[in-house]
Write a protein that binds this ligand. Structure first.
Ligand code: MEV
Length: 316
């Protein structure tokens, strides 16, 4: 029986989360934690051997519906904690889209997969941007809605009157540490919280504009390898995200503990729990500081490839 194997990386956001939902610039890097899965035809939907109602998982349901709801047995193994702000649901959508497209002899271009996975995320979250799914599909580094060279443009995505231009960027050779709070936070409600704040408040729109501005400055800092400037901007971004109401006590504790040993630190992803990211040249000190405040640190490896798909079990 034909079995298809796929994997896709998680991501972290250097700058621009939440504001990117409104078409502002953002920068994200794929990282060395992946979602692995395989699919093969079966007489009912199964996950890791158990029969399931596929409609209970909106990501899987959306992608299955694009493949005529033909039942498959899915095996999953994720190295990205769920609800950690590190793109686990995007990586699931990307890997499942790739595997199902391959199984049904549809195109497995990274662009097609990124677009289908974004639709699945949007359907599931009720909103959001194509940042996480594009970072996971493409891998390496991406920027959204920045002015750059035409040859760096990967693809454009539009939805409900908003549009995002997605470009590749060189992955900075800088050291980042992730600190996971251990608190799971779903993205949809946090995106909705910011939307409500923005709809009722001109001040929130100004904060979102400022995050966009900071992100453009951050991209210039990355291009000139200016860690000091980038770190300052990251810490500033954390303050702006806190004003938007998406930080938490746990995140603030890990950020404060890391700042003395780093260029800068901020929450990464949707917030509300989840993870933070630190730019540092003292990663061991930062890991110790995060651990001492109850967080789970790891030194992240970047420059990793995006979605991979194969009919052999050789996917890494
Ligand atoms: C989540 O990783 C990033 C957000 O900006 C939501 C999105 O872009 O869809 C909070």
């Amino acid at each position: 029986m034909n079995e298809i194997f796929a994997s896709a990386p998680g991501k972290f956001v250097i700058l621009g989360e939440h504001a990117v939902v409104y078409g502002k610039p953002a920068i994200a890097l794929a990282m060395n934690r992946r979602f692995y899965l395989s699919v093969r035809r079966d007489d009912e939907f199964k996950i890791n051997g158990d029969a399931v109602d596929i409609r209970a998982n909106p990501h899987l349901r959306y992608i299955a519906s694009r493949n005529d709801m033909v039942p498959v047995s899915i095996h999953m193994d994720s190295k990205i904690p769920t609800g950690s702000g590190l793109g686990s649901s995007a990586a699931l959508s990307v890997a499942f889209s790739a595997a199902m497209r391959a199984l049904n002899s549809r195109s497995i271009s990274k662009e097609e997969i990124a677009k289908e996975a974004f639709e699945a995320e949007y359907f599931s979250q009720g909103g959001g941007s194509p940042m996480d799914t594009s970072a996971s599909a493409n891998g390496y580094g991406i920027a959204l809605n920045v002015h750059g060279n035409e040859e760096d443009r990967l693809w454009d995505i539009s939805k409900n009157g908003r549009s995002w231009k997605i470009s590749r960027i060189d992955v900075p050779s800088m050291t980042f540490v992730i600190g996971y709070t251990g608190v799971r936070a779903a993205t949809g409600p946090l995106v909705e919280k910011v939307r409500k704040y923005k709809d009722g408040n001109r001040f929130a729109s100004d904060i979102i504009d400022e995050i966009g501005q900071i992100t453009l400055e951050g991209l210039a800092a990355i291009e000139s390898n200016d860690v000091v400037k980038l770190g300052e901007l990251m810490t500033e971004d954390h303050k702006l995200l806190s004003i938007l109401g998406v930080s938490s006590n746990e995140l603030n504790r890990l950020v404060s503990a890391s700042v003395p040993y780093s260029y800068g630190a901020k929450l990464t992803g949707a917030g509300g729990g989840g993870s933070m990211v630190v730019l540092t040249d003292r990663p061991d000190k930062v890991c110790e500081a995060i651990r001492s405040r109850g967080g789970m640190p790891f030194i992240v490896k970047t420059g990793v490839d995006g979605v991979k798909v194969s009919n052999k079990n050789e996917i890494d």
